[in-house]
Design a protein around this ligand. Structure first.
Ligand code: GDP
Length: 329
C-alpha cells in the first residue's frame, strides 16, 4: 500500500485577489517555473483551480476572488471545502493598495472559521522583493494591526493569523510554505526526533526531510536553520532531478525513485548527501568530509532511519483506515 494516499496529505487552500500572485506561487513552488516566466502567465477567470499534485506530499487548491464571487452563492459549496482544509493561505500583494484585500481576508477568515475553527490561517504578504527593508517591516505591522482590529471589532480576536513576508524571487516562498505544511503534520515531533537521533549518531551537521517536487522541507533536526544551507539543499534537489531527467534511462519512468542517491562534494570540506526515503520524500544532509569517511555508518543509520519514517506514516494510515471503517458501521 502507498503510505501517502490522499487522505493523509495536508490540504491547503491558496486564496487572494486576482493578480496577487497565486498562480505564480503555484508554478514556482510546485512546477519549477522560473520566477521571470510568471510575468507571462495568463489570467484565468475560473474561481477554483484544482492542482492535481499527485506527485507531491502536499495536496493543494487555488481559489480566486474575481469581483462578484461571494460566500452566499448557493452553487458554490465552500462549506464542504473548508471542512476538509488544513490551512488557508491568503495572499496579499504588498506592492498594491491592500485595503480591498484586507476586507476580503476578513470575510474569508470569518466565513471559514464558522465552518471549521481548526483551520490554520496563514497570510502571505507577497511580492516583498519590491520593498525596502524598512518598508517591509512597516507593511507587515500595518497589515497585521488592521487585520487583527477587524477581527476584534467582530468579536473574533481568538482567531490567530500567522504572517509571512514572501517573494517568488528568493527562497522566502519555500520557507513560508514549509512552515505552513509543517504545522499540518501531526507526526512532526516524531520526525524531528528521528532526525536528531540520525544526525547525532552519524556525525551529520544538518538534515532536512524534503518533499522532492515542491522543495518544501517537512521536517528538520533541532539545530537552527540557516537560509544558505537550506538554499544549497534546494539547489541539490534541482541538480539531481535535472541530471536524472537528462541522463536517466529512457522509459525508466520518473526522475525520482527508490534508487535515487546523490553525493556532492563542496570545496569547503563539506559533503551534500541526498537519498530517497519514500515516494515523495528525500533526506538531504550536510556532512563534514571527515565524518563522511565513515560512510558505511551513515548508510547503515540511514537504513534504520528510513525504516522508522516509513513506519511512522504507515501507522497513521492504518489508524485513519480503521476510523473510516468505524464510521461506516
Ligand atoms: P493570480 O491572479 O493571483 O494567480 O496572480 P499571478 O500569479 O497571475 O501573478 C500576477 C503578477 O504578479 C504576475 O505578473 C507575476 O509575475 C507577479 N508576481 C507574482 N509573484 C511575485 C513576486 O513575488 N514578486 C513580484 N515582483 N512579482 C510577482
Amino acid at each position: 500500500t502507498d503510505p501517502f494516499s490522499t487522505e493523509v496529505k495536508p490540504r491547503i487552500l491558496l486564496m487572494g485577489l486576482r493578480r496577487s500572485g497565486k498562480s505564480s506561487i503555484q508554478k514556482v513552488v510546485f512546477h519549477k517555473m522560473s520566477p521571470n516566466e510568471t510575468l507571462f502567465l495568463e489570467s484565468t477567470n475560473k474561481i477554483c483551480r484544482e492542482d492535481v499534485s499527485n506527485s507531491s506530499f502536499v495536496n493543494f487548491q487555488i481559489w480566486d476572488f474575481p469581483g462578484q464571487i461571494d460566500f452566499f452563492d448557493p452553487t458554490f459549496d465552500y462549506e464542504m471545502i473548508f471542512r476538509g482544509t488544513g490551512a488557508l493561505i491568503f495572499v496579499i500583494d504588498s506592492q498594491d493598495d491592500y485595503m480591498e484585500a484586507l476586507s476580503r481576508l476578513h470575510l474569508t477568515v470569518t466565513s471559514a472559521y464558522k465552518v471549521n475553527p481548526d483551520i490554520n490561517f496563514e497570510v502571505f504578504i507577497h511580492k516583498v522583493d519590491g520593498l525596502s527593508d524598512d518598508h517591509k517591516i512597516e507593511t507587515q505591522r500595518d497589515i497585521h494591526q488592521r487585520a487583527n482590529d477587524n477581527l476584534a471589532d467582530a468579536g473574533l480576536e481568538k482567531i490567530h493569523l500567522s504572517i509571512y513576508l514572501t517573494s517568488i524571487y528568493d527562497h522566502s516562498i519555500f520557507e513560508a510554505f514549509s512552515k505552513v505544511v509543517q504545522k499540518l503534520i501531526p507526526q512532526l515531533p516524531t520526525l524531528e526526533n528521528l532526525l536528531n537521533i540520525f544526525i547525532s549518531n552519524s556525525g551529520i551537521e544538518k538534515a532536512f526531510l524534503f518533499d522532492v517536487v515542491s522543495k518544501i522541507y517537512i521536517a528538520t533536526d533541532s539545530t537552527p536553520v540557516d537560509m544558505q544551507t537550506y538554499e544549497l539543499c534546494c539547489d541539490m534537489i534541482d541538480v539531481v532531478i535535472d541530471i536524472s531527467c537528462i541522463y536517466g534511462l529512457e522509459g525508466a519512468g520518473t526522475p525520482y525513485d527508490k534508487e535515487s542517491l546523490a553525493i556532492i562534494r563542496l570545496n569547503n570540506t563539506t559533503v551534500l548527501y541526498l537519498k530517497e526515503v519514500t515516494k515523495f520524500l528525500a533526506l538531504v544532509c550536510f556532512v563534514r568530509e571527515e565524518s563522511f569517511e565513515r560512510k558505511g555508518l551513515v548508510d547503515y543509520n540511514f537504513h534504520c532511519f528510513r525504516k522508522a519514517i516509513q513506519e511512522v506514516f504507515d501507522v497513521r494510515v492504518k489508524v485513519l483506515r480503521s476510523r473510516k471503517h468505524l464510521n461506516q458501521i
